[in-house]
Design a protein around this ligand. Structure first.
Ligand SMILES: CC(C)(COP(=O)(O)OP(=O)(O)OC[C@H]1O[C@@H](n2cnc3c(N)ncnc32)[C@H](O)[C@@H]1O)[C@@H](O)C(=O)NCCC(=O)NCCS
Ligand SMILES: Nc1ncnc2c1ncn2[C@@H]1O[C@H](COP(=O)(O)OP(=O)(O)OP(=O)(O)O)[C@@H](O)[C@H]1O
Length: 295
């Protein structure tokens, strides 16, 4: 009897967590498939990346689905935030190792494991508590988790993003998460919704959301490869597309071509912005359902 009750209570939670992990996977696939993106891997090309391509990104995303499910499980079962932070830190590091094994050592999704890992954990935690799944609420919860200390985290990773944070005095991926993903809630999502509201198709709406993020983000992927000049050029180029009415207008699509040429000429890719677009699409789906296909 006890076993039966445990099963009937536990199963829906597991299923909800598995569904959340599928939504993360969908967001990652939607991000990489969105075409054309400046400097990033998309359906047409590998952008400014010599070691990435669309198929490898999709393979990596699929391999990582159980990692996101494990984080969601941890979030749904958590009673103590500090313990949860240790648990997802360990799952995240194992996930990075799994990613590197699956890709032959290529960093396909380090930033995504971090950002979407925190968000899927937060969404599962909110769901289990019967709390709000609204983007602001989930992002704030994820921010609270990110601000907790992960005691097993290496003091210094030596990763390029970390070095760029030190060199250019920016907060990077950690700062964005600890602040509750402001560029997802205050740039990506508003741009996505405004673009849809004025009748743009889904591809255009997602591109405009990406551009809104690029125009404001201190992206350590760009800084580490191209320095401050490249970051300013990308931010200004994205702002120009938006000022021209967005990616779908004649002037906007010309400005987007210019932005892409700038990214390729400088050999830079806004990988951090791509992660935050995936985060935007994930949070959008939590409340919108899966109504938006690729237009
Ligand atoms: C904090 C992380 C991202 C490591 O950061 P670090 O600066 O050392 O590495 P790295 O530069 O390689 O990764 C940063 C990635 O974040 C993305 N990014 C870059 N700039 C930004 C930005 N401003 N905002 C958001 N994302 C960004 C890029 O995709 C980049 O590749 C993360 O990998 C980590 O700490 N993992 C340990 C395991 C863990 O705690 N996981 C959490 C479970 S949810
Ligand atoms: N569509 C995409 N195209 C390219 N990068 C993406 C895309 N989506 C997300 N990213 C992010 O960009 C990051 C890869 O950036 P980058 O290649 O600069 O990292 P790196 O491997 O540390 O550096 P490098 O390749 O210069 O040695 C990944 O962690 C990933 O999260």
């Amino acid at each position: 009897m006890t076993t039966m009750m445990t099963m009937t209570i536990a199963l829906p939670v597991r299923e909800r967590c598995a569904a959340l992990a599928r939504q993360v996977l969908q967001a990652l696939l939607d991000e990489v498939t969105l075409t054309p993106k400046p400097g990033l891997v998309d359906l047409r090309s590998r952008g400014a990346h010599a070691d990435l391509n669309w198929a490898l990104m999709c393979h990596s995303a699929c391999v990582l689905q159980p990692v996101f499910a494990a984080m969601a499980d941890a979030g749904a079962q958590s009673e103590d935030d500090d313990l949860l932070r240790q648990r997802i830190g360990a799952i995240g590091r194992d996930g990075e190792a799994l990613m590197l094994t699956a890709t032959g050592g290529v960093n396909t999704h380090r930033g995504a494991i971090w950002a979407l890992g925190l968000l899927v954990t937060a969404a599962a935690q909110q769901g289990a508590r019967g709390a709000s799944l609204a983007p602001q609420a989930v992002a704030a919860r994820a921010g609270a988790l990110a601000r907790l200390t992960d005691h097993a985290a290496p003091v210094a990773t030596g990763n390029k993003g970390e070095l760029a944070c030190l060199q250019y005095q920016v907060d990077g991926a950690r700062g964005q998460a600890r602040a509750g993903f402001p560029l997802v809630t205050c740039a990506g999502l508003p741009a996505l919704h405004a673009s849809r509201a004025r009748g743009d198709n889904e591809t255009t709406a997602r591109l405009n959301a990406l551009l809104a993020i690029i125009s404001q983000l201190d992206d350590t992927c760009v800084l580490s490869r191209g320095g401050e000049a490249a970051l300013l050029a990308l931010q200004a180029g994205a702002a120009r597309v938006l000022a021209a009415g967005g990616a779908a207008t004649a002037a906007g699509s010309q400005a987007l071509l210019v932005l892409e040429a700038v990214a390729l000429a400088r050999g830079v890719s806004p990988g951090g912005a791509a992660d935050l677009l995936a985060a935007t699409l994930f949070l959008d789906r939590l409340t919108e359902g899966d109504a938006h296909g690729n237009a």
